[in-house]
Ligand binder design. Sequence first.
Ligand code: PLP
Length: 347
Amino acid sequence: MALQERIVNLRSDTVTVPTERMRRAMYEAEVGDDVYGEDPTVNRLEAMAAEMFGHESAMFVCSGTMGNQVAVMTHVSRGDEVIVEADAHVYYYEVGGISALAGAQPRTVAGINGIMRVADFEAALRPPNVHYPRTTLLCLENTHNRAGGTVMTPAETRALCDAAHAHGLSVHLDGARLFNAVVKLGVKPVELTGCADSVQVCLSKGLCCPVGSLLSGSKEFIAEARRNRKSLGGGLRQAGFLAAPAIVALTEMVERLADDHRHADQLAQALASLPGVRIDLGTVQTNIVCFFVADANAWVAALQERGVMANAMGPTMVRLVTHKDVSQEDIQYSIRMLTEVASVAKR
Ligand SMILES: *Cc1c(COP(=O)(O)O)cnc(C)c1O
């Protein structure tokens, strides 16, 4: 193999590095001990998030996983049942935390492009019976990672929230990539978050922060969530150094996500014409491109040799994620390498 012309890292938007403005904000951040509630920058970020997501209160957490798991721990009691979409991150990629940390059991319902139908959700509910767990929580995901970054609309979100609330369940929204949905749909964040009881939003993905997520909910919910965060070792001290770039992210890193979406669309259009590649263009809505080949690991290895880094998400599924640190030239180069790999790969 000839020397690679360049390296394009399309494994995830988590690989993004903070901008100059973020680094400056970190350096200049006014800080205090956040476990005592005395970090002014964290307090400013949390107030901003609560307002933005339409909740009374919000809290900075170390990661999306911590935000989701703290939320589940706060919503449920031991032995409860949690309804999740069958490919949801909170169920698929969080080390069994629903069971291990919250002591609850997940019940999966398959969605279409990651979105559960209300009737399928309702069919999974249980009537009161001494044999049954109590079903107390519904988890939603927007955008949906394994479905390919698919977007749930305000109407779809509201329909599921209304159904859950009518049956006495709470709703947690895993909005790791919420802002990708916000930009795609051209809506305000609150239109996608306001009807959920809690929301987790990642700062360290497309928004380019080094670390962190936000969890929002009612005043009582966040007060209890702070205890659960502490129990997981997530009580941070001068966390203002992490909150400062998050404030930059929320104020100036959202609109540029449209560039990532355009780049993902270019990759998807090119893939659709390649031999041995199966792709549903309908699933390519934001910054994730999932496609299917005979041998995903062989594809990922062949791409890696050519300087394009991708993830195999299953035996036949490959995922590419676009982000700030991928340029238009990087996309053109990646399309050339994808074309080359398609021409040599086993079908
Ligand atoms: C990445 C991701 C998470 C977890 O975030 P981490 O910060 O990596 O722990 C949760 N949910 C979804 C949908 C994600 O894509």
